[in-house]
Design a protein around this ligand. Sequence first.
Ligand code: TTP
Ligand code: MG
Length: 388
Amino acid sequence: MRIIFHMDMDAFYAAVEQRDNPELQGLPVIIGGPSKRGVVSTASYEARPFGVHSAQPMAQALRRCPEAVVVKPRMSVYVEVSRQIMEVLHTFIPVIEPLSLDEAFMDMTGTENLFGPPVEAAMAIKDAIRAKTELSCSIGIGSNKFLAKLASDLDKPDGITLVPFGNEREFIAGLPIRKLWGVGPKSAERLENLDLMTIGDIAEADISWLRERLGKSYADHIHALANAQDARSVNPSRGRKSVGSETTLFDDIQGVEAVKKVFREQCESVARSLRKKNLRASGVRLKVRYSDTFKLSTRQGPLPEPSSDSMALYEAGCALMDTIDLESPIRLVGAAAFDLNDGDEPAQIDMFTTQDRRKTETLEKTLDAIEEKFGRKVLRASSVRKKD
Ligand code: TTP
Ligand code: MG
């Protein structure tokens, strides 16, 4: 069982302004461009009862709350405060996934010995953030990301909400469908037209009925969430775009076989970096530069499943090769893995291929460890020699 936290700062930009300008404390404050045609970034909690909220036209906000003080955003300050907040979170746990300047997921599984039960840990985190920044946040606790994110919003500001472990479905069943992650106002309207008003309505709906009306992937997604299921892991490396390796060749090469040989080595090096960072890729990119025209050609495609195995990258890369000119002289070959996920994320795919892949991944990990100890090339060179 996992214990996931979602931390979200309270009225973030507005709270920073109230902190730095004490005369604004206790007043309705709206952050946004002063122009009446602008939109509201956020509003202090004093302004919210008037019906002022993020993304609202400024003119409308000021009609609702004429006495509000409008403050121009100071992005560089918020970025710096955000950096401090993430730094505080890192003093608790390394597995943090920032979602925006003011919110982050933390995987707190197995930390009871260090920080006590989840609610105590959440109090300690809130105290530490307050001590460093004088700002308050709200924390949601649940057995997955969706529940944690939903929970952090239920008792704002300055709250802690724990979705009871084992009673997740019951806890969320009565909430409106808008609380489902990924259901915006448009989808909500569509669902309400189907008479699906609460999360429980979706959880209990017949899945094939839902698929017919919403399409398979969206139906499956919200049905799983409504049943409190969400396998996504906290992914600290999100945002990292790709891992690549390329070689400018000493002599030009030509032909599929020659390119494959270089590409194979690069896939090994890319896969090694992925494993070092505990990442799996879902896509591979092949890149060649021609020596006569200097032109660059790239092809990219998906892997059958997320992997950090060099053969998987190589095979998927080779499958792209008949769509690219490999007969002209080539001076550079590159391989890159993209669409990266945390290596522990459960992959939803065919069990048998997974087991096979996991075996080669384990084998390659062992080779990494031996190479680390005895130096590169020892093992791979001997395996090449064996083939000779
Ligand atoms: P939020 O966390 O959505 O809002 P908040 O922190 O102001 O208030 P809450 O207590 O409800 O969490 O967004 C964080 C910051 O991002 C917010 O302070 C301003 C900025 N933002 C915008 O600029 N435009 C927007 O539409 C939203 C939603 C946020
Ligand atoms: Mg916030």
